[in-house]
Design a protein around this ligand. Structure first.
Ligand SMILES: [Zn+2]
Length: 94
C-alpha cells in the first residue's frame, strides 16, 4: 500500500537545493537573539537550513548566507558546533 505523505521541503543555504526537512540541519535565531542548532526542529525563531555536508556549510559560510538568512552573525562556537556535527555525520556515511 502506497501512502502519500507530504514531506516538508526546505532549501539549503549552501547549495540552494530543496530537500526534505529531516535531511537538513536547522539553525535558529531565537527571539532572545541567540543562534542555536536545532536538531529537533522545535525551537521557534528565524531558521535557516543546510545539508549535512561540509561543502554546503563552507559555501554558506563563504557567501555569508547563513548570516544574511538569519540576520545574525555566526559566533566561533556555533561554527565549531556545526563543523563537529558535520564531521560526525561524515563518519556515519563513509
Ligand atoms: Zn546543500
Amino acid at each position: 500500500m502506497a501512502r502519500k505523505r507530504k514531506i516538508p521541503l526546505r532549501i539549503c543555504v549552501g547549495c540552494r537545493t530543496k530537500r526534505p526537512k529531516q535531511d537538513l540541519i536547522r539553525l535558529v535565531r531565537t527571539p532572545q537573539g541567540e543562534l542555536r542548532l536545532d536538531p529537533g526542529g522545535k525551537i521557534s525563531g528565524r531558521g535557516a537550513y543546510i545539508c549535512r555536508q561540509k561543502t554546503c556549510f563552507e559555501k554558506a559560510l563563504k557567501g555569508k548566507r547563513l548570516e544574511k538568512n538569519l540576520e545574525h552573525p555566526l559566533s566561533e562556537e556555533v561554527i565549531a558546533e556545526i563543523t563537529a556535527l558535520l564531521e560526525s555525520e561524515d563518519d556515519h556515511t563513509s
